[in-house]
Design a protein around this ligand. Sequence first.
Ligand code: ZN
Ligand code: ZN
Length: 200
Amino acid sequence: MIVCPVCGCRQRDGLLCRACTRELDRDLAAVPGLLAELDTTLAKLARTAPPGPGGLALERTGYHAGASTAKTRLTTVLTAWAAGTGHRTWYATTAAAALRADLPALRAHPQADKLHREITGAVDHARRVIGGDHAAVIDVGPCPDCDARVTAHIPADDHCAAWMECGGTPAHRWDTHQWYRAGRRIRAAAEWHRQRRASA
Ligand SMILES: [Zn+2]
Ligand SMILES: [Zn+2]
């Protein structure tokens, strides 16, 4: 018997069980639609968001950063896994199609759990950004651990906790109890970028 590394269910072949493989397949199939929606969001905001001070403009900037973060993460994750299985491409849609075609083999990938976690995580993230279930998405500053931007996500549902994450690395994510320390590190990163720009 083989234990699925994602959900822990027992099965005859694997590694990933059939349910987790189906979930991955469904998420990969959703990628072209999600990317189109993210592009629409970005284009619409670019047209309607006037640069300037004020809460509304700031909020739009946040949504813009959220959508572009989601797009970057989706593209980075999918092209990296596609490259790892021999498909070199810059495009998330091509990468998603290649990975889908490879799913029967990918089920047995030695890092199948990481593959599942990263891909479903990036797709969920894109869905949340598009879904409009946010009260606000706020552009916080540069990630202290990589080159991406950090956005804070405040869900519309009071029972859902807020979180901050960067667009480059899925592991760079902070729950609210970590915000104080993360905030200080983000401020330090912003200051470092400012000084570097000033001396350039
Ligand atoms: Zn499973
Ligand atoms: Zn980061």
